[in-house]
Write a protein that binds this ligand. Structure first.
Ligand code: KG4
Ligand code: ZN
Length: 343
């Protein structure tokens, strides 16, 4: 079954052709340069860039897959969560194609995509990774920080989530306070690596005392703001690596401790990590160690592009939805749901 999938939830215009879990072709247009100087994603600019590129990205994806629309069995599109006016571009395009070529359309939740990103395969079907439920999925992106019990295909229970900022957003804001552009996560990672990820300043670990599995990153951001205010400008620029590293340790420390608590509470130690922050090597190391301590396993998105937003993961979710007959009966009823939750 060939699926053409589209994701325009944020700042990547991404299209893929997938067959079951295998990616036949994937093309994306990254808008990072459009937003960099604004310190974050500007929805109106994102919408315009998606509109300008979407048709050519679809065309290039089909060319790469050596296919035309006639050979596609179904379409899939991200309906949320994400930026409303950005989501709309992908949804409108998918609806038009669905009607024009008389193909079923499968609406997909972007966060489900990040969970399934750990199981996306290349054209040769690698990595094999058979499913072995249940899993504990850690979702860490610019908009979400969630711990999810993934009990079977398309079955999720949210165990904990952030009450304010997401972990990626927290890294982005810290980077901005330190004078860097968007996205901040990769900059913080590089600076921290230069001082071997040491924790110099011991910023407060958010929400560690609470017994639930929720997160809060607003306090950590405020702690950094006051810390920087007290520090003379010259010292600040000399210590930027040490500050970045300490901040990252505090942010990830909370994520790892809550994951540990979730393992203890559920008895599930097969971990999955998805979302933009999954690209971070330090976070991968910390979670790998945690999994090992609990005699468990951990899977990450196997190819680099799968860490970021991409349509391949949307196509893979859509395949499992198609197996359960979950395509839309009436295409016109598909709408964006910017705050769509996993259910
Ligand atoms: O999943 P994603 O591409 O978009 C959303 O759905 O939000 O995640 C973007 C987030 C940004 O906050 C970005 O700073 C963060 O992922 N990020 C990273 C790294 N690469 C991207 N954070 C830490 N380390 C990285 N290497
Ligand atoms: Zn995402």
């Amino acid at each position: 079954m060939y699926i053409l999938s589209i994701d325009t939830s944020c700042d990547e215009t991404s299209v893929a052709v997938t067959q079951q879990r295998c990616v036949r072709a994937h093309v994306e247009y990254t808008q990072a340069v459009v937003h960099a100087k604004w310190g974050g994603v500007v929805p109106s600019l994102a919408k315009r860039a998606h509109k300008e590129r979407i048709d050519s990205v679809i065309e290039r994806t089909l060319q790469k897959a050596k296919m035309d629309m006639e050979k596609i069995d179904a379409l899939a599109v991200t309906v949320g969560p994400g930026l409303a006016i950005a989501l709309e571009v992908g949804i409108r395009t998918a609806k038009n194609l669905s009607l024009q070529y008389n193909k079923p359309l499968i609406p997909v939740n972007h966060m489900e995509g990040h969970i399934y990103s750990c199981f996306v395969q290349n054209t040769k079907g690698n990595p094999v990774r058979p499913f072995s439920f249940p899993y504990l999925a850690i979702l860490a992106s610019g908009g979400h920080t969630e711990l999810v019990h993934f009990s079977d295909h398309l079955c999720y229970t949210i165990l904990g989530s952030t009450r304010d900022d997401a972990v990626g957003e927290s890294l982005d804001k810290a980077a901005r306070m330190l004078g860097f552009g968007y996205p901040g996560g990769p900059v913080i990672e590089r600076l921290a690596e230069e001082v071997e990820n040491k924790d110099y300043f011991q910023f407060p670990r958010p929400m560690l005392r609470s017994t639930d599995l929720d997160f809060s990153y607003a306090g950590l951001k405020t702690a950094l703001m006051y810390f920087l205010r007290r520090m003379p400008e010259t010292e600040r620029s000399q210590k930027v690596r040490e500050i970045a590293s300490s901040y990252q340790e505090a942010a990830f420390g909370a994520l790892v401790r809550k994951t540990q608590r979730a393992i203890q509470q559920t008895g599930v130690s097969s971990l999955l990590l998805g979302g933009g922050v999954a690209a971070n090597k330090r976070l991968r190391t910390l979670l790998r160690t945690l999994a090992r301590t609990h005699k468990g396993t951990i899977f990450f998105p196997p190819y680099k592009y799968l860490n970021a937003d991409n349509a391949a993961m949307i196509g893979v979710v859509a395949y499992y939805k198609a197996l359960q007959g979950l395509h839309s009966q009436n295409v016109e009823h598909i709408n964006r749901v910017p705050r769509l939750a996993l259910s």
